[in-house]
Design a protein around this ligand. Structure first.
Ligand SMILES: Cc1ncc(COP(=O)(O)O)c(C=O)c1O
Length: 389
């Protein structure tokens, strides 16, 4: 793996077709769409009633962080020392929040002492003990107790690993208060949450927890989960989510409460498309140059039943990239590694004319793609270009 490429060094094209024509990429090629990043960031910054933290895990690439920073994002949900270091090395003025409820020993100490991080999450007594010990029981801390929010509105649930029930959360809030830090609450309704109502339900759970604890909270962080557009899915518009959240917050009756959210997918998915090449076609099988161990890791999740929208392109006799014509039919798309598991689990609908050497463009490839790629078997997608249109 080489040092990360930087935005200002990338080739720039008006359209994906122009990039394919010019580069004829035999390696997977990420196409960065700056306007999409700006549009997504603006929707959150203008519409969400509080601080917008970008969840770095969705895509920690410097190109992506730079896009979001220039669009006005200043807060970052960093879930490890490594993520804090990425953000601080790019933008020392960025505000990092350490929002993982279980941290490696010593990481909270470094985050607090070296990087000035004061927001942390816990969901257990032992992590609270560890956090207080590592930060010298600092009164500056805002400690977010993570609630379980298994509400069924999301394609990828996030509550079977982290979070606690209101009764246990109430006890932790009391402990945080007794320790002199600021008690706060957080939840994650699950990723690709298609139901705005889930946020209102989770805010109600927070309300119940506050009542149980008899402790006022200093901040409420409603995690990520806001959806991105994928093929075959039309998620509700963001303003439905924001309206639902505002209404639920007004029922909470704490107008001065600091409110936060941590979108990952929704800020970055649509900002990157991916060009792959058909290395070989055999019948209904396409062997692509990228797969499960590269940019398609998230396709492994059975519940994640949307597809990236593929479009086939071929170069004509003049070298122009043209969309393939013909009726779409299902193909099995294999990745480049030797592992039989390296196959996209769902059929890819592409015209029957597709042939070896053609290109397949996948949209909405900015989230949980670049961040999960591995160098397994000697393949590591890392070619980039900018698309202005
Ligand atoms: C604590 C936390 N916040 C935010 C996110 C981002 O979620 P999403 O990409 O669904 O917005 C995640 C995802 O794992 C998370 O664990």
């Amino acid at each position: 793996m080489n040092a990360p490429v930087r935005f200002d060094t990338l080739p720039r094209f008006a359209t994906a077709e122009k990039a394919i024509e010019s580069l004829k990429p035999s390696e997977p090629l990420y196409l960065v769409r700056p306007k999409k990043f700006v549009a997504a960031a603006r929707q959150f910054l203008d519409g969400f009633p509080g601080d917008v933290l970008y969840a770095v895990k969705a895509n920690p690439h410097p190109i992506v962080i730079e896009q979001l920073w220039s669009a006005g994002i200043r807060h970052f949900d960093t879930a490890s020392q490594g993520e804090i270091e990425i953000i601080k090395s790019l933008f020392p003025a960025a505000i990092c929040h350490f929002m993982a409820p279980v941290r490696l020993p010593g990481q909270a100490k470094i985050a607090f002492e070296k990087h000035g991080v004061t927001d942390f999450v816990v969901d257990s007594d032992s992590e609270l003990d560890k956090l207080l010990a590592e930060t010298g029981n600092s009164k500056k801390l805002r400690i977010f107790v993570r609630l379980v929010a298994q509400l069924g509105g999301a394609l990828l649930e996030m509550s079977s690993k982290y979070g606690c029930k209101p009764e246990d959360a109430a006890k932790l809030l009391k402990r945080v208060k007794a320790a002199g830090a600021q008690p706060c609450l957080t939840f994650h309704v699950g990723s690709q949450c298609l139901s705005p109502f889930s946020y209102a339900q989770a805010i109600e759970i927070a309300q119940r927890t506050i009542n149980l604890a008899g402790v006022e909270i200093a901040a409420l962080d409603m995690g990520g989960g806001f959806p991105a557009a994928y093929a075959g899915q039309e998620p509700p518009p963001f303003h439905w989510y924001f309206d639902m959240i505002k209404e639920a917050l007004s029922n909470l009756g704490r107008p001065n409460l600091n409110v936060m959210c941590e979108p990952g997918r929704a800020l970055v998915a649509e900002g990157i498309s991916l060009v792959t090449q058909v290395v070989m076609r055999r019948g209904d099988r396409l062997y692509l140059n990228d797969g499960i161990y590269g940019s398609f890791d998230e396709q492994r999740f059975a519940s994640f039943d949307e597809n990236y929208p593929p479009t086939g392109f071929a170069l004509d006799a003049k070298g122009n990239a043209k969309p393939l014509s013909g009726d779409p039919r299902p193909f099995r798309a294999f990745g480049p590694t030797c592992d039989s598991a390296d196959v996209l689990p769902r059929p890819q609908m592409l015209p029957d004319t597709i042939a070896t050497g053609d290109f397949v463009l996948f949209g909405s490839m900015g989230a949980y793609t670049v961040s999960s790629r591995s160098p397994f078997n000697g393949y590591y997608p890392d070619s980039w270009a900018i698309i202005d249109n």
